[in-house]
Design a protein around this ligand. Structure first.
Ligand code: SF4
Length: 377
């Protein structure tokens, strides 16, 4: 029967493990030991393996091969007084090996702003590092992988927003936080996955333009139906677009036939049909916390409909037994950054690795973020 399930769901994962996630990354080239002794490397490898808590995928051999780099990155961070933040979708060797803080993009940008360090290294995709620069314009923000983009933020330009405004004069433009600084600068208010509905409800007038996520936009159209017309841009997150309501229904049915009462937790960047089939909807941080809460209450059969990094975080941050039913999708943009890139950016950042935004863009983009704070109160 388990084989039948595998044909529909990627796998049923028993125990404290996720089987369908990609193999742990190995160093791209010969890294050497950076002068660390065997004992130091062994101690660091054990620390990594204990923190990540996936001993099959992140074997002691893999952790040993990464240990010299995590030791060297952590040493350089201290020496250069750098605050290293990582988005939840980064690989666990980054999130649990070298990051000072891990969360979703906006929470991290605020932490970066409030940190005493004057240099921030943001391990993530480009628009997130730009958001950190908008809220901390006087700090140096390093982004180790300048070509790590995002299908949502790269799918819309400032000119697209300008054209929409020209065609719909006076209609407020709301942008999801997954947009470039230049797009934020053209919008009236920025929103996150946890406040987009409440903020759009509060906006004056009976029309609004929502960019760039068509799934969140269609959710808004449904929720605000009869109150506001919502004009939606046609962008999507290529990761969350992989899931469909039909797939979730099928997975739930199959699990139910096997006596498994599956709890489905989904990210709001998914299609409305997926959200309808879900028991809980929330941003990556909220999903992680809910999964940990459910595990603590003995609810152990969970399916996370989102990027694989959220499952990595759940596994690392709970000691409770849980079965994560394999379903996650990996973001190729998020997974571009590896420890080697972070090490290189810390040692000697290239011009592209230093976020440099036009002052006027920063001023106007930060207005759209300030407006979010005002309306979120
Ligand atoms: S998961 Fe989706 S929204 Fe997030 S960076 Fe990847 S493509 Fe962009």
């Amino acid at each position: 029967m388990l084989d039948d399930l595998k044909a529909v769901a990627p796998s049923r994962l028993t125990g404290h493990m996720v089987l369908d996630m990609p193999a742990a990354p190995l160093p791209r080239g010969l890294v050497g030991t950076f002068g660390y002794s065997e004992q130091e490397i062994e101690k660091e490898a054990l620390r990594l393996q204990y923190a990540i808590k996936q001993p099959m995928r992140w074997s002691i051999e893999v952790c040993r091969s990464l240990a010299p780099m995590t030791l060297e990155i952590n040493r350089l961070k201290r020496e250069k007084d750098v605050f290293l933040i990582a988005h939840s979708y980064q690989t666990p060797d980054i999130t649990y090996g070298v990051a000072d803080s891990v969360a979703d993009s906006y929470a991290l940008s605020k932490e970066a702003r409030d940190a005493p360090q004057q240099t921030i290294l943001f391990s993530s995709v480009r628009f997130m590092a730009e958001t950190a620069k908008i809220v901390s314009p006087h700090k140096t923000v390093l982004h180790p992988s300048p070509d790590a983009g995002c299908s949502l933020s790269d799918g819309i330009s400032a000119n697209d927003v300008i054209s929409l405004k020209k065609a719909n004069p006076g209609v407020p433009v709301v942008c999801y936080i997954n947009t470039s600084a230049a797009v934020k600068a053209e919008c009236d208010v920025c929103v996150t996955s946890s406040n987009y509905l409440s903020i759009c409800e509060k906006l004056e007038g009976d029309r609004l333009i929502f960019v760039p996520d068509r799934f969140m936009g269609s959710h808004l159209q449904k929720e605000l139906s009869g109150k506001k017309d919502v004009l939606v841009f046609d962008g999507e997150c290529e990761v969350h677009a992989e899931f469909t309501g039909k797939k979730i229904r099928k997975w739930k049915e199959n699990m139910s036939e096997n006596g498994i009462d599956l709890v489905v937790l989904s990210h709001p960047e998914c299609d409305a049909e997926v959200l309808k089939e879900s028991d809980f909807v929330g941003s990556s941080e909220v999903l992680k916390n809910e999964a940990i809460r459910l595990a603590a209450k003995g609810k152990k059969d969970l399916m996370l409909i989102t990027e694989c990094g959220t499952a990595d975080r759940v596994l690392a941050e709970t000691n409770d037994h849980l079965n994560l039913i394999g379903s996650c999708v990996m973001c190729r943009h998020m997974k571009r950054t590896q420890l080697e890139d972070i090490l290189q950016a810390l040692r000697d950042p290239t011009q592209e690795q230093i976020i440099d935004l036009d002052e006027d863009i920063i001023r106007r983009a930060s207005k759209s973020l300030d407006e979010m704070f005002r309306l979120a109160e």
